[in-house]
Design a protein around this ligand. Structure first.
Ligand code: WTA
Length: 640
């Protein structure tokens, strides 16, 4: 989509200005470049007090017509997806836009044939294989709502997500290899399916030859179902504000939040940001850009920047099934050479882990195809930024440090590759259409962008790809995001702004900890720990970790008669792994006799965070504590 690409810094400034002065006209001009079955009649209606945001009302479209049908004439034979398997000896798959179009339409009929209709919810628990992309697009084709659960989550996590949105169908694979380890996805699903009454059908893709237990009547094989249906499937007509998908993200309290994204605005936002941030160029067929985002499709980064954004823009997007360490730590770099990757988008935690390995792993590859490097998911520290720039980009590839969230749907603050001057560890400037605000401790906006400032990051004006609600809990949506500051969306992040207006995101200011780029709420982890029959209470905080960015530290109170032991620590970790997933396992567990609490009974996490970070010189005001004596005990024992 060259027609929506900004080509110079002067143009960026002009576009930004225009987007603030007249946001509606700005976005209308962009939305016009897409394929609508019927044009919208109202560009924007919004009220952050309710909150209620609607973009392109009255517009009718189907996002898959924009990702597939629209490209057939000119790009039909262009590769849409390159799939790279976990095992380097297995063959890569190249799927053209035309092939993808056929596969999506064909599978869409499988959904229909199994009773799925517009508005029904379908849960996907799939490995990183093209069938995941096909299944999600097939849902969108017929107007079903996909809810993708990252295939590293536990059966309990799957069940709670399925039940929260009453999914009618579950799509999974029998098994997958991640590195040298098999993961029995269907078995994990079977465990979940014991407590998910809304699921009527399970479609199973056979990824390996491993035997798969199937439940007669409920479980059906992907390939057998395809044989029963036709290949043509016209796209369902969707309203711009119809739900496209639900994606769960961790909250600081209680159960995960099902963020709801709608069709029109999400499409416009993801495609516009993809085209501009990465400066993807189609070139000729010989010098076609190859874009690779290493995220899993189970996270928002995969939704927006492996599938919807790149495909709507007609790009070639890579899907990688494996892990960066298999068969060795050179895998990413080998894939870049093999597929001639031009745009590489990954997370700081991966960069740090790879930077720790002997440099020979990098040097074995040539990496000369690379043009642009991206980073997402957490703050990238300067050291990692420089390593990425020098060792991978060889000083020739602009780095785009992209700040955004599941809730924002698309990138919000980021350089445009090769256009915006970069500054190490800074996400730099807001994209056109994004109006950030830094708020001080009194809740007042620090408006002067020519003065350095540090505070909490909020957004003052709606943007098309923002989430519209939390599924089934609009009140929570309002409380979490629209109650901190009147008339603003609150991000939950802190940020610093330099005197030229560049932003650096400093990290979460709530009880969400980002571990290896994964958002984890501390409350659900505490609940999981407390499920252990010997645990009375617990508190979980984050502490800095060289590779993961943050790791989890759990303070655990045992019941009176229980002896603390290493075995018990392992059991507690296993409990968390079972209930949430291995990514949520605490790195450190300390048994304590009580927790520092205020008179109103609130745990003073600030202190626990400092102790976990080994930063006990200044613990701040502890005068409101009910039990200040506990602090010394916790510090003493934290050293063992
Ligand atoms: C953090 C991922 C610093 C931030 C797209 C945000 C970042 C949370 C960056 C959202 C970045 C994401 N620099 N921090 N470039 N990108 N974050 O929902 O704390 O998985 O609020 O979306 O990740 O994580 P989520």
């Amino acid at each position: 989509m060259k027609e929506i690409q900004i080509k110079s810094f002067a143009e960026y400034k002009k576009a930004y200005q225009a987007s603030v002065e007249d946001p509606e006209t700005f976005w209308e001009n962009i939305a016009d470049k897409f394929q609508w079955q019927k044009k919208w009649n109202k560009t924007l209606e919004w009220d952050f007090t309710k909150p209620d945001v609607k973009w392109f009302q009255g517009g009718k479209l189907n996002i898959t017509e924009n990702c597939l049908d629209r490209h057939l004439e000119k790009l039909g034979n262009k590769t849409a997806i390159i799939w790279e398997p976990n095992d380097p000896d297995e063959e890569s798959r190249y799927i053209t836009y035309r092939q993808l179009f056929v596969k999506v339409s064909h599978f869409a009929n499988v959904l229909k044939n199994n009773g799925i209709k517009k508005g029904d919810k379908v849960c996907l628990y799939m490995p990183m294989i093209p069938e995941l992309a096909i299944a999600m697009l097939a849902c969108a084709r017929i107007g079903a709502v996909h809810s993708i659960v990252f295939a590293g989550f536990s059966s309990t996590a799957i069940a709670s997500r399925i039940n929260d949105s009453d999914c009618k169908m579950l799509i999974t694979a029998n098994q997958v290899y991640r590195g040298s380890k098999p993961v029995n996805l269907k078995e994990i699903c079977d465990e979940a399916l014991r407590s998910t009454p809304s699921i009527e059908t399970v479609i199973v893709y056979r990824r390996t030859v491993e035997h798969t237990p199937m439940l007669e009547g409920r479980d059906k094989f992907w390939f057998e179902e395809l044989e029963k249906v036709e290949r043509d499937c016209p796209a369902e007509t969707m309203d711009a504000e119809d739900m496209l998908f639900i994606l769960y993200t961790s909250g600081s309290t209680g159960k995960p939040k099902g963020m709801v994204h709608t069709t029109g605005g999400y499409m416009v936002g993801t495609t516009y940001t993809f085209a501009n941030v990465f400066q993807y160029n189609h070139g000729t067929s010989k010098e076609n850009d190859v874009y690779w985002c290493t995220a899993d499709i189970g996270w928002i980064t995969g939704h927006s920047y492996i599938i919807y954004g790149p495909l709507a823009a007609g790009a070639t997007t890579v899907m990688f099934e494996g892990v960066p360490s298999y068969p060795d730590y050179g895998r990413f770099w080998e894939i870049i050479d093999k597929l001639k990757v031009t745009h590489f988008y990954t997370a700081p935690t991966a960069i740090r882990a790879l930077a720790k390995q002997p440099i020979q792993f990098v040097e074995k590859s040539d990496l000369s195809s690379l043009k642009v490097l991206g980073s997402v998911g957490e703050p990238i520290n300067e050291e990692a930024w420089h390593w990425y720039n020098d060792m991978i980009g060889k000083g020739n590839c602009p780095i785009v440090d992209t700040w955004w969230q599941t809730e924002t749907g698309a990138i919000m603050i980021s350089p445009l590759a090769g256009i915006t001057p970069t500054r190490p560890a800074f996400a730099t400037l807001p994209l056109p259409g994004v109006q950030p605000a830094l708020i001080d401790e009194e809740g007042v906006e620090m408006e002067n962008i020519h003065e350095k400032a540090e505070g909490r990051l909020a957004i003052k004006f709606p943007w098309p790809s923002m989430a519209r609600t939390i599924y089934g809990d609009h009140q929570r949506y309002k409380e979490v995001y629209f109650s901190a500051y009147p008339n603003m969306y609150f991000t939950g992040d802190g940020a610093y702004r330099d005197a030229t207006g560049n932003y650096r995101i400093t990290g979460r200011v709530d009880d969400v900890v980002i571990v290896s780029g994964h958002n984890l709420g501390t409350a659900p982890i505490e609940n999981a720990i407390n499920e252990h029959p010997k645990v009375a209470e617990s508190a979980v905080v984050g502490f800095p970790h060289d590779i993961k960015g943050n790791a989890l530290y759990a303070y655990v109170i045992l019941y009176n008669d229980v002896e603390p032991s290493e075995v018990l620590k392992d059991e507690i970790k296993a409990e968390v792994s079972k209930i949430i997933g291995p990514i949520a396992k605490p790195d450190k567990i300390q048994f304590v006799s009580s927790l520092p609490k205020t008179r109103s009974g609130k745990i003073m996490r600030r202190i626990l965070r400092k102790i976990a970070s080994n930063d006990t010189s200044n613990l701040g005001d502890t005068s409101t504590l009910l039990n200040p004596e506990i602090i010394d005990e916790i510090i003493d024992r934290s050293l063992v």
